[in-house]
Structures are given as C-alpha cells and as structure tokens.
Ligand binder design. Sequence first.
Ligand SMILES: *Cc1c(COP(=O)(O)O)cnc(C)c1O
Ligand code: SF4
Length: 341
Amino acid sequence: MDGAFSPIAAPRDALDEVERRYATAITPLMQSLIDPDDPNDPIALQFRPDARELITTPAERDDPIGDHAHAPVEGIVHRYRDRCLLKIVSVCPVYCRFCFRREMVGPKAGGGPKTAPLSAEAFDAALAYIAQHTEIWEVILTGGDPFLLSPRRARELTQRLAAVPHVKIVRWHTRVPIVDPDRVTLEFVDALCTDGMTAYVAIHANHPREITPQAKTALDRLAQAGIPLLSQTVLLKGVNDSAETLEAHMRALVEARVKPYYLHHPDLAPGTSHFRVPIERGREIAQELQARASGLCQPTYVLDIPGGHGKAPLGPCAIRAADEGVELRGADGAWRAYTGE
Ligand SMILES: *Cc1c(COP(=O)(O)O)cnc(C)c1O
Ligand code: SF4
C-alpha cells in the first residue's frame, strides 16, 4: 500500500479529492526546506497532500479527542478544572497532514461557522465564562493558530485576560515561530506581556530541520522578553520515529531555550493512519531517548484518550513489582531490586 500511494506516484484525481476534502497550506519557509529529490522528505510528509489521506480506518473519528463534549460556550473547551482552552482564531499558517484541524477548516467547511473567527459577541461571552469561573487559573490559546492575530488584537486579548483577577497564566499554542517566524516581531512579542499575568508559549515542531536560523531568531525574541518556552512534538512515522531524530530535535529545542513538554501519540484524525506507529514502538523510542539524552531533552509521551477523557502518559514505566519490594529500571535498562520504603 505504501508504495502504491507514495505521494509522487499518486494519481492526480486522488490528490484533487484530498484537496476537496481537506484544507492544505504550506509557508514559503517550510517549502524551502523540502528536498525535491527525496520522496520521503520529512518536511514534505508533514505538509504535502497525500492520497493515503483518503483511507479512513474504523478507529478514526471526527472529534478524535472529544472536545465537543466539554464546550460550554462557543470558543471554550473546559475539560480540566483549573484551565480551559480558548479558540479565537480558526485558521492555521500551514495544514499539517496528521491534524484533525485540516478537516475543520478550509474548502469543505466552506464559509460557515467552522472557518469564521470568533465573533465579537462570542468573544465577549467566552470572556464572561472565564470571568465567572474563578477556578480557571490558566487560559490556553489554541485554534487555529493564535499567533496569526495582529499585534493590536493580541494586545487586546492579553489585556482582557489580565483584567480577570483569577487568570494568572496565559499559554499560547502556536506553530508560527517555526513555520512563519518573521511574524514574531518585537511588537507582537510585546503584545503578549503584561503585569499581573504570566505568558507561556508552547511551540509545535516535529523535526530538527524545522529549527531554522529564522525560527531561532523568533524564539530568541520571545525568550529575551522573559517568556518561558515549551514545545510539543507529534510522533510521526517517517518524520521522527527514531530515537536519533528525536534526540537531535530535542537538543536543538533545548539549545534554543525551549523545554520539551509533550511528545504526542497522533490523534485518531480521519485519514492519518499512515502516520501512526504502534504505541509499543513509541514507548521503546521514548525509553531510548531517555537513555541517550539529558533530562532537559525529555518530553512526556502522551495520548489524548478518545472521547474527551484527557491525556494519558504512555512513557516507559521504571518501576515493577517484585517478590520482595519492587524493582527499578536504571539508565542502562537493567532492573535492580529496591527493598526500602
Ligand atoms: C491538552 C489539553 C489541555 C492542557 O493540558 P496540559 O496537560 O495542562 O498541557 C487543556 N484542556 C484541554 C481540553 C486539552 O486537551
Ligand atoms: S492546529 Fe497545529 S498541528 Fe493542526 S494544522 Fe494547525 S498548525 Fe498544524
């Protein structure tokens, strides 16, 4: 199957069908990183439409992580008590082929409510929900990509959230510093900062080649402003499913002052089975990464449980029961008895 549907050999009408069904976009910077002579280029695999997207497996569903079940008002997903998602932008600078968002926006969704940004009224209602729920300590801005806001609108959002006394943290989830780093201007960075509330930025990057000089400049601007940086990486077959690649990637992130946060097992988005490795393989890779690299380079390997039940850590377990006490697995992989308390 892989051979028959390799991206280059795919018949044109299959690719047309992919583009009818799903949104597609790539930035000039990401395009420039692709080696046109490599049919399995790890950057191309992430952004170039692929006929294999037409294959949907029974396990894949339309709302893979069950967000719909926890959406009290438009734009808010409130699954965990102390934090909620706020989605104000519905578009992305790129459409990653493994992401369910490529189906929520773009041609199929038309100009309907799925593509429209949050209206002024809906934004006010979402802010009112946050203000009423005093248990919300952190607001996570996701989307779409909130770094597509203009500096003026980003500042307005920062000020509106900072005006809610119980909101102490605002976390921006974005791919812009990687795929379109020139958008991260000093003016934009300044719009994220305010007294009385702390901004965090979590960037999404999957391959060491994505950490370009331009991306490093954008990350440096954020870090210089005192904004702590985190990363999310999706474990993707053919892109980064080896300890060597992940090690190089995590080191590049840490060198750019980004603390790896999550390594995601891919969601069950429709037409993405060609990106998933078995969970067992993922755990092996995570364990190998642990053995090879500094603690600074270790993200938590997680899977979002379908149905809206949250994230489950999948990482290798270093403790097991023994006849007497327990056994602990050391950095070398060997199990050793521990009989203390
Ligand atoms: C992933 C997620 C969060 C954030 O979880 P953290 O573990 O704090 O990063 C919050 N809300 C929803 C609905 C999520 O899916
Ligand atoms: S939400 Fe993030 S992962 Fe999904 S398509 Fe947009 S940029 Fe890519």
